[in-house]
Write a protein of this length. Structure first.
Length: 142
């Protein structure tokens, strides 16, 4: 079974912003994937002094994942760093951003870039399960 790391902003966000989209993805794809959710290590309000734990935990999760699903709807330093790390590590990176002109850095460091969660979930369902990274169809933008 493939593992998805749920990458997206946490710092400075409330529970609904942090958990809402993650719960939606888990609900929609739960039978087909395992999930690594950084919210299980919720350091909100206690980030300072715990930087090493946060970073090493997130990197370990990315290293253990097959797919990094990136919620890039709202800019976040941590999300950007995780996206860059995951792409450079050769992970399948699916980014989601509805902006009309997303950053070239976001698109360029995504294996697949889509504009909505439904498309990302559909991509996981149709193309990721059982496909090798080098066999996946081209779908840089959606």
């Amino acid at each position: 079974m493939k593992t998805i790391y749920l990458c997206g902003g946490i710092n400075g966000m409330d529970d609904s912003e942090c958990r809402g989209w993650r719960n939606l993805v888990k609900s929609d794809l739960g039978g087909d994937f395992l999930f690594l959710d950084p919210m299980r290590r919720d350091y909100r309000g206690h980030e300072y002094g715990n930087e090493e734990d946060i970073i090493t935990g997130d990197i370990a999760d990315i290293d253990s994942s097959d797919i990094v699903l990136v919620n890039a709807q709202r800019p976040s330093w941590g999300t950007a760093m995780e996206l860059f790390y995951a792409f450079r590590a050769g992970k399948t990176v699916i980014s989601i951003c509805s902006a009309t002109s997303p950053s070239p850095w976001l698109v360029g460091h995504s294996t697949y870039h889509v504009s909505c969660f439904e498309a990302a979930i559909d991509l996981c369902r149709k193309h990721v399960i059982g496909w090798r990274h080098d066999q996946m169809p081209s779908m840089r933008r959606g």
